[in-house]
Write a protein that binds this ligand. Structure first.
Ligand code: NAD
Length: 325
């Protein structure tokens, strides 16, 4: 992939997916700029980029700070937009924080591009949560939008701004709606709200994995290297104004997932616990994405097996200690 010498910006570059993408871009020889404000309760972590410090330019600023963002977007060929607030429960408890992190930030970025660099290409992250409780499975891009929570409403709004600026102002954008993504550099705190990091932490600490309900909820998962690869493809693709689902055909119940993690780890156990009330209200039941559109138009599909991804993730966190993440 030809990123050598390309000027790119990664928003949220100290976070989970952003930092994995920054590593790939630096390896490919891109001139990388990162903007990140270290929002609390995200995966933002200095350790995520400490091994490549000095190989990218960094702005410690919020995307709503137009003075900084107007300068940062200048002369960039591609912007990878991964900044955001991802926790659905935090969004329900503090909707205005989520509005700022997901909607106002995206609109500020678009305005900075409209005024300073309308020829830039944007590849932006969105979430499968926007589809809500599935009417049919797997969920394709034409599935109705039925946001079950504040975060999903804000992601739909941000997606709509990107599509509008693409159509009206010619700022080329593509949007990836991600399913659950996991791997190195992810927030491993118990408040991360993500299923897999919590399972990984519990198994590494020798604790029982706690599964909500009967564990029969079906999910699909992608390894972060596959997701980063999709962003790299998207950045160079001659396609815009499109939404693509990034899903995985290998969907499993949470119970199966817990059992696989225990097997790959070589030890561990699990227990079923009642669904916490605040999670139950926004849970969407079984859900997994149809990714045939991105496969046929951009040639992307997940490459890393679930087993290899789990093994690599466990090795990563065991080697560095889960408490650092
Ligand atoms: N991780 C997943 O499983 C998943 C699933 C679906 C969608 N997504 C989407 O992918 C994107 C990235 O997810 P992630 O898991 O890497 O998140 P993350 O929490 O690891 O990283 C987000 C980063 O954005 C930064 N940030 C937040 N608001 C900012 C602002 N206003 N200005 C500058 N920086 C800001 C944070 O400090 C953090 O470093 C998000 O948009 C998320 O909704 C992720």
């Amino acid at each position: 992939m030809n990123y050598y010498g390309k000027s790119v910006l990664v928003t949220g570059g100290y976070g989970f997916i952003g930092s994995n993408l920054v590593h790939d871009l630096v390896k490919l020889g891109a001139k990388v700029t990162v903007i990140d404000n270290f929002l609390e309760n995200t995966s933002a972590n200095l350790l995520n980029l400490s091994d490549i410090k000095g190989k990218f330019e960094y702005f410690n600023a919020c995307l709503t700070d137009s003075k900084v963002v107007n300068e940062v977007v200048k002369n960039k060929e591609i912007i990878f937009h991964l900044a955001g607030q991802t926790s659905h429960t935090i969004a329900m408890n503090d909707p205005l924080l989520d509005l700022k992190a997901n909607v106002i930030s995206t609109l500020s970025l678009l305005e900075a591009c409209r005024l300073n660099n309308p020829k830039v290409k944007i590849v932006s992250a969105s979430t499968r949560q926007v589809y809500g409780k599935p009417v049919k499975l797997p969920i394709d891009e034409n599935h109705e939008l039925n946001p079950p929570d504040v975060n999903a409403i804000h992601n739909i709004t941000a997606d709509n701004y990107l599509l509008l600026y693409d159509k009206i102002f010619g700022i080329n954008s593509i949007i990836f709606r991600l399913t659950n993504t996991f791997g190195p550099r992810q927030n491993m705190k118990m408040n991360s709200q993500q299923v897999l990091p919590i399972f990984f932490r519990q198994v590494i600490e020798g604790k029982e994995i706690s599964i909500f309900g009967d564990g029969e909820q079906i999910r699909d998962f992608n390894y972060v290297t596959d997701v980063s690869h999709a962003f790299l493809i998207g950045g160079l693709a001659n396609v815009h104004g499109e939404i693509f689902n990034l899903g995985n055909k290998n969907h499993k119940s949470l119970l199966e997932i817990a059992k696989s993690i225990i097997k790959i780890n070589g030890s561990g156990s699990y227990r079923l616990i009642p669904f916490p009330e605040e999670r139950k209200k926004i849970d969407v039941g079984d859900t997994y994405l149809d990714y045939s559109k991105v496969e046929s138009l951009l040639g992307w599909k997940p490459e890393v097996s679930f087993e290899r991804a789990v093994l690599e993730t466990l090795d990563y966190f065991k080697g560095r200690g889960v408490d650092s993440f």
